[in-house]
Design a protein around this ligand. Structure first.
Ligand SMILES: Cc1ncc(COP(=O)(O)O)c(C=O)c1O
Length: 441
């Protein structure tokens, strides 16, 4: 008989935890320790753990219909698409393709962008521009496009080159620029990349509208996205928003793009779509983007488990709960309170550069020197220390940063978490931060 340690992890010797059940915002370990899940797993769990009605919907669907090949339709997929169109998706993005998660859905978005121009007789329009701080997934293409240094290690020899523009990062923007000049500054930087590549060779810009864990809830200046939207329209470039982390209420709106009153040409979502109950990612597109592919006999190849009936049933029920319990509004109001508690707990901290975020996606950035914003040495492993110290005290937070901008801790709790739980979590996190910094100071 194998021991639990022998069965997992994949890479031997890595610390892991054994979780045997979960309810609300609490995880239970095999030795009956309770852990407050301030990260919603990988910032995915929105309606909370252990919702019987979601499990029942999935079980009923699995009993009725195990699996069908994805090009065929099923009632659970149709219900989900109808609900998405009616209550969730930005106007015009009415076509839905389902994959098994965010990476696959992003990869599909890249392919659709390239196929779109090929179908229009413009195969030279095939470059995808990414941004320096970003994460789009774990496939070779999405890792290539992303700007996540740590997740590229050991893969450099096979990663493709993509042009990248700077990610708006108000905290670390050139200090001589006034805040109201930053939107233009970063938009012009992206425009310079398009110009250098030649707009006639660029198919798409892919970006997280609010950067998730890689940048730590980075919110761009208000005029940045409207400028980029106009730039893309001007050059016939598709704008792809990766809302895998920010979508379905996480930032206190259905999608982050609502903050700027604009829609991308391709919208990608994952995580919150089924709230952690089932592996599913979505790619949403307009007919304008898809028609040329359809008209020229093209295909968008399916993933075997795309639009899996039980996953569609889970997503349909999770979205129903979000609406019924007004949880997107709750993410906004509770998020504002959380932002205030984080500010109270950390703003006077000598090693905190900033607390920031939107809705229930919040982050704290740590630095060795608050004036110069110089980071702690990489070898100090501050983020790792904070996460593990908090975990020992029963609170789970999500590690952020990309390796280059290292020390960021993210919070992305379930939307049903109570105020008391959040306040307790923040107090324990503050304790953990002090202990971790004292170990390396
Ligand atoms: C913004 C963003 N895009 C893509 C992904 C990849 O999604 P998945 O892990 O479901 O493949 C993630 C995952 O963290 C993400 O945060």
């Amino acid at each position: 008989m194998s021991s639990a340690e022998d069965l997992w992890p994949f890479l031997p010797g890595r610390p892991t935890l054994r979780i045997v059940s979960a309810s609300g915002a609490t995880l239970t370990t095999d030795d009956d320790r309770k852990i407050l899940d301030l990260a919603g797993g990988a910032i995915a769990v929105n309606v909370g753990h252990g919702r019987a009605e979601v499990a029942e919907a999935m079980a009923a669907e699995a009993e009725r219909l195990t699996y069908v090949v994805p090009p065929w339709s099923t009632p659970s997929r149709e219900r989900l698409v109808a609900r998405l169109r009616q209550d969730w998706l930005p106007d015009g993005l009415e076509r839905a393709y389902f994959a098994s998660g965010g990476s696959e859905a992003n990869e599909s978005a890249l392919k659709v962008a390239v196929q779109h121009f090929a179908a229009r007789g413009l195969p030279q329009k095939c470059k995808i521009i990414g941004r320096e701080l970003s994460y789009h997934g774990t496939t070779i293409a999405t890792t290539s496009l992303g700007g996540h240094a740590a997740r590229r290690i050991g893969l450099e020899s096979v990663l493709q080159d993509h042009p990248r523009a700077p990610t708006p990062y108000p905290l670390r923007a050139p200090r001589e620029l006034p805040p109201d000049a930053l939107g233009r500054y970063y938009a012009e930087a992206l425009e310079a990349v398009i110009d250098a590549e030649g707009p006639e060779t660029v198919a798409a810009v892919m970006a997280e509208p609010i950067v998730g864990s890689s940048g730590g809830a980075l919110i761009p200046p208000t005029d940045y996205w409207p400028r980029i939207r106009a730039l893309c329209d001007h050059h016939d470039i598709l704008l792809i928003f990766d809302e895998v982390m920010t979508g379905f209420g996480r930032v206190g709106r259905r999608f982050a793009c609502e903050f700027w009153g604009l829609a991308p040409d391709l919208l990608v979502a994952g995580k919150g779509l089924a709230g952690g109950y089932a592996p599913i990612g979505g790619l949403f597109a307009s007919k304008r983007v898809l028609d040329p592919i359809a008209e020229t006999g093209g295909e968008v190849m399916f993933h075997t488990f795309g639009a899996h009936p039980a996953a569609c049933a889970a997503a349909d029920r999770v979205l129903d709960i979000l609406t019924r319990e007004k949880l997107v509004q709750r993410a906004e109001t509770l998020g504002a309170k959380l932002a205030g508690w984080l500010e109270d707990a950390f703003d006077d901290h000598p090693h905190v550069a900033q607390t920031r975020g939107c809705g229930l996606l919040q982050a704290i950035e740590f630095v060795a020197d608050r004036d110069t914003l110089a980071p702690f040495p990489e070898a100090a492993g501050l983020t790792r220390r904070i996460i593990s110290t908090a975990l020992e005290r029963g609170v789970y937070c999500y590690p952020g940063g990309t390796g280059a901008i290292r020390d960021i801790v993210c919070l992305g709790p379930p939307f049903i978490i109570t105020e008391t739980e959040l306040q307790r979590g923040v107090a324990i996190l503050r304790e953990a931060v002090d202990i971790a910094i004292a170990q390396i100071d």
